[in-house]
Design a protein around this ligand. Structure first.
Ligand code: NAP
Length: 333
C-alpha cells in the first residue's frame, strides 16, 4: 500500500511542551498495548497508525511486552514504519520500555542493567530503528539498586540508543530519588507515565506536584480506564470489546454496578457538553496544565477520530467538575 502523509497533518493538533524540555508532544498520543499484536487484524492496526499520523499524532508508545504475543506490537509497528512511515521517522517520537516480564530466567524482567540493555536491543531490532526517542523503566524494581537502573538509562542515552529517558509507575517518593540520580548523571528525566483517569486519581496525591517541581512532563496511560470511560459499556459488554476478549487486560469484574451507575451519569454530563464520554474524559485530564499528553488506545479508526475531537472543547465549568467528582466518588481509587 502506497502512503503519502497528508499535507495538513499539523493543522488541527495541539502540541504541549514536555516539562521543561525541548520536546513538544501532541495533546493526544497513541499507545500500542492492545490492538497491534499478532492476534489482531494487521490492516486495521496499520490504518489506525496511519490515520493517527495524518491527524498530527507524532508520538507512538510501545513496550517490549506489548502484543500478544509479547513483542509483536513492536513488530507490527516496525512493519508499518518500514512500508509506509519510514520517510517520516524524524517527525515521530517513538517510545519503548523494559521492566515487565519478557523472557524466562533471572534477566527477563525488572531493573538490572542486563535486562534493560538486552531488552532495548531486542526492541530496536523488532521495530527496525536505530534508536528510540524515549526509553522508559516500566516499573520500579524493589530489589535492584536504583543507582544501577538509572545508570543504565544514562548509558543507553550516551550510546545513542535512546534520546530521552522516562519513568513509569514510580510513585512520588521513588520518582524523586530516581530523578535526583538521573540529574547527577546528566541525563534528566523527560517524562513520567502513570495511570490516571477520572476513576483512578492516585497521581494527585503527590506525584503531579513532584513532576511540576522538577520540570518533568506527564503522559497518563489508560485515560479512558481501558474503555470504561467511553460509550462502549453503557448498555452491555460488546463481543468485540477488550473486556470480552480473552487476552484483554480489562476483566469483567472491573464492571461493577457502581461503575455502571457512574458511567451512565458521566455520559449525561458529556452529552450536555456536546461531547462523547470519551472526549469528556480526555478533556478532563488535559484541563490540567501539568498533563503534557493523554496516551490513548483505540481498536478502530472511528474511535481514534472520536477521541481527536476532544480538542474542540477542553474547558469545564465549576459545576461540571463538581458533578463529575460527585458521580465518580463511589468508585475512585
Ligand atoms: N506504562 C504502563 O504501565 C502502561 C500500562 C497500560 C497502558 N500503557 C500505555 O497506554 C496506552 C493506552 O492504554 P489503554 O489502551 O488502556 O487506554 P484507554 O484509552 O484508556 O483505553 C483504550 C480502549 O478504550 C476503548 N476506546 C477508545 N476510544 C474509544 C472511543 N472513542 N469510543 C469507544 N471506545 C473507545 C477501546 O476499547 P475496545 O478495545 O474495547 O474497543 C480502546 O481499546 C497503551 O497502549 C500503552 O501505550 C502503559
Amino acid at each position: 500500500m502506497n502512503y503519502i502523509a497528508k499535507d495538513d497533518r499539523y493543522d488541527n493538533m495541539k502540541y504541549n511542551r514536555c516539562g521543561k524540555s525541548g520536546i513538544m508532544l501532541p495533546a493526544i498520543s497513541l499507545g500500542l498495548w492492545h490492538n497491534f499484536g499478532s492476534v489482531d487484524v494487521y490492516n486495521n492496526s496499520r490504518d489506525i497508525l496511519l490515520t493517527a499520523f495524518d491527524r498530527g499524532i507524532t508520538h507512538f508508545d510501545l513496550a517490549n511486552n506489548y502484543g500478544p504475543d509479547p513483542g509483536t506490537a513492536e513488530e507490527t509497528f516496525g512493519k508499518v514504519l518500514k512500508q509506509q512511515l519510514k520517510p517520516y521517522r524524524d517527525e515521530m517520537i517513538i517510545s519503548s520500555k523494559a521492566g515487565y516480564y519478557m523472557w524466562p530466567g533471572p534477566y527477563g524482567e525488572w531493573g538490572s542493567k542486563k535486562n534493560l540493555v538486552a531488552s532495548l536491543n531486542q526492541s530496536l531490532k523488532r521495530m527496525g530503528v536505530e534508536y528510540v526517542d524515549i526509553f522508559y523503566h516500566h516499573r520500579p524494581d524493589p530489589e535492584t539498586p536504583l543507582e544501577e537502573t538509572m545508570r543504565t538509562l544514562d548509558l543507553i542515552v550516551r550510546q545513542g540508543k535512546a534520546l530521552y529517558v522516562g519513568l513509569s509507575n514510580y510513585n512520588a517518593e521513588q520518582t524523586k530519588k530516581a530523578v535526583s540520580i538521573l540529574n547527577e548523571l546528566g541525563t534528566p528525566c523527560l517524562i513520567h507515565q502513570p495511570r490516571y483517569n477520572i476513576f483512578d486519581r492516585w497521581v494527585e496525591d503527590g506525584l503531579l506536584d513532584v513532576l511540576e517541581e522538577k520540570g518533568i512532563g506527564c503522559i497518563p496511560f489508560s485515560p479512558l480506564a481501558q474503555g470504561l470511560l467511553t460509550s462502549r459499556y453503557l448498555k452491555t459488554i460488546p463481543e468485540d470489546s477488550r473486556m470480552a476478549k480473552p487476552h484483554g487486560f480489562l476483566k469483567r469484574d472491573a464492571f461493577t454496578e457502581e461503575k455502571k451507575k457512574a458511567i451512565t451519569g458521566l455520559n449525561e454530563i458529556a452529552q450536555k457538553r456536546g461531547q462523547s464520554l470519551a472526549q469528556m474524559s480526555l478533556a478532563w485530564l488535559l484541563k490540567d496544565k501539568r498533563i503534557t499528553s493523554v496516551l490513548i488506545g483505540a481498536s478502530s479508526v472511528k474511535q481514534l477520530e472520536d477521541n481527536l475531537h476532544t480538542l474542540n472543547n477542553l474547558d469545564f465549568t465549576d459545576d461540571e467538575l463538581k458533578l463529575i467528582d460527585e458521580l465518580s466518588a463511589p468508585v475512585i481509587k
